[in-house]
Design a protein around this ligand. Sequence first.
Ligand SMILES: [Zn+2]
Length: 351
Amino acid sequence: MRGYVIFPMVIFLGAAPAWAITLAQNGKSEYVIVKPEKCAADLQAHLAQITGATLPIQTDAAPLPRKAIVLGNARYLDELGVKPDWKALGDEGYLIATRGDCLVIVGGPVRGTAYGVYAFLDERLGCRWFTPTVSRIPKRSTLRIGHIDETYVPPLLYREPFWVEARDQDWNLRNRMNTSWIVRLDEAHGGCFLYWGVHTFAQFVPPQTYFATHPEYYSLIDGARRHETAQLCLTHPDVLALITERVREVFRSDPNARVVDVSQNDCFHPCQCAACQAIAKAEESEEWPTRSARNFRTVSWARWPISTRARPRRRLSRATTSPRVCAASSAVSRTPSTAAPAIATRPSWAT
Ligand SMILES: [Zn+2]
């Protein structure tokens, strides 16, 4: 773990005297941390910095201690009357609750408990991890907390700041990022939400494979087809079929894939063919041909979204075209979403 810049500060944890728990008093604590989840040592280190007290860590093999911070799915939950809704928590949701003299932090099996620990340090105790080397850890030799009964599930499936500092594994976990692109978080940091991308047109329809025999798959620019610094002809049915199959392959071959990105290459030069431009002109946006590709037969993976990029000339404007939402395909193994929205209108350019 890195060094911290520590600033003294006053923490307002609730209206006195309604304290539920005194975790530390005058730099000493009677509490233990149970059970040794991966984040227990970091919780111990932060509480030591805040209070001066180093809480021991022990397993849940012994009877429930009188004063404990209980982490994860320990066997004490029933005894404490804590009944997490595991289905609702999912992989990353968490529950923080005070029960008697105990504090319970428990979450979904992937990153939930760790997120609960860092949310407690962040939102309840005032810790901030601005960068991997600049943090603010308050000092408080007597640390009291009020009653807590909080459940939280991150509303965003994928949270990744595309930022150089965000390459740090500890920083990501502490700030509840499930980064996979700028750095793939390792198991010790909870793993990541695997985002497969980005700028994938050339990967889906590789010019080295297709351009010689099918130049019509690529952008028409000033009367000639080209693939260098250009996009795809997104209204060509073969192109959409190739994209669909490639997306399908990604989900089949990588069981950890959660989002596949269907987006233009990292350059300009959208296709100028009549069919592509008819859509772009009607919508005043080059995003719409991309959207047609993204929606093309993709609802089969409705549980695992398809993403795209926002770029100049990719702005969403006049929504005169309804996105296509088609029926689920039985050709894929994933269970389609039963909550898929109904078909609104089916654009003529979507197959
Ligand atoms: Zn075109």
